[in-house]
Design a binder for this molecule. Structure first.
Ligand code: PMT
Length: 222
């Protein structure tokens, strides 16, 4: 970045998966590595922002220059950490793959296998972090991600409207892209616009995303 497009702004980024515990040894998780979100945090630092990073369980080093990193495990913990940090943030970028459901009863002891019997787990819906933020009267500029295996454009545009977002970055999952991969490809949507960011490394895409976020932020907030 030659221009420090986000100088003076506080950017909050969430990254990685969430783990929803079943018992002391088992959990429900997902394939997010945190790489996309960590790249977004690094790009925001390079653009001059003060960056807070909320990370699910990942094995990644904190990008140089990140002011504060908060590690969480479950969706409920991520929800609480993001809402608290959002109070002082200008922009929230939700790159985390937040678990939509959690086991309703978490066993304190390891559950024993019942030989020959099926097992079902009752799941309850987790709170939606982006929707909680957009419901607040004063909230940061909101950027969501959408990871889809099919009908990417329509699902992403639906999430943009339903969650009350300023922008959404949609990625197709699969073929060496998205979860775990080193590359990604994004299509950005906002009210009245769209832009395709073709396949590139996550750090490169993060820089392009941050440039667009800075542009839209200025258009609607200043
Ligand atoms: O971590 P990597 O391995 O690098 O992979 C990157 C990624 C594929 C995980 C990332 O690019 C991505 O797409 N993240 C969003 C994943 C996702 O599944 O999103 P979603 O469609 O379930 O949710 C849409 C948006 O709502 C996301 O911004 C999500 O953070 C947010 N959300 C979802 C559920 C919830 N309870 N609260 C939320 O705020």
């Amino acid at each position: 970045f030659g221009s420090r497009e986000l100088a003076g702004l506080h950017v909050l980024v969430s990254a990685g998966p969430t783990y929803e515990d079943i018992d002391p040894v088992r959990f429900i998780g997902n394939r997010s590595s945190g790489r996309m979100g960590f790249a977004v945090a690094a790009a925001a630092v390079q653009a001059g922002a003060t960056v807070t990073l909320i990370a699910g369980p990942v094995s990644l080093d904190t990008p140089v220059g990140v002011a504060r990193r908060i590690d969480v495990r479950s969706a409920a913990q991520m929800h609480a950490a993001v809402l608290e940090a959002a109070a002082g943030a200008d922009i929230y970028i939700g790159a985390a793959a937040v678990g939509d459901y959690r086991p309703l009863n978490v066993s304190a002891q390891k559950l024993k296998k019942q030989h020959g019997a099926d097992w079902s787990l009752q799941l309850g819906e987790n709170p939606d972090i982006l929707a909680s933020l957009s419901a607040q009267t004063a909230h940061p500029f909101l950027v969501g991600f959408a990871a889809e295996t099919h009908d990417v454009a329509s699902y992403a545009q639906d999430k943009l409207r339903r969650k009350g977002l300023d922008m959404i970055a949609a990625n197709q999952v699969g073929e060496g892209l998205g979860f775990e991969a080193s590359d990604n490809a994004l299509t950005l949507y906002w009210d009245g616009g769209a832009l395709e960011l073709p396949r590139a490394s996550k750090p490169e895409l993060a820089r392009q995303l941050i440039a667009r976020v800075a542009e839209r932020y200025r258009a609607v907030r200043s």
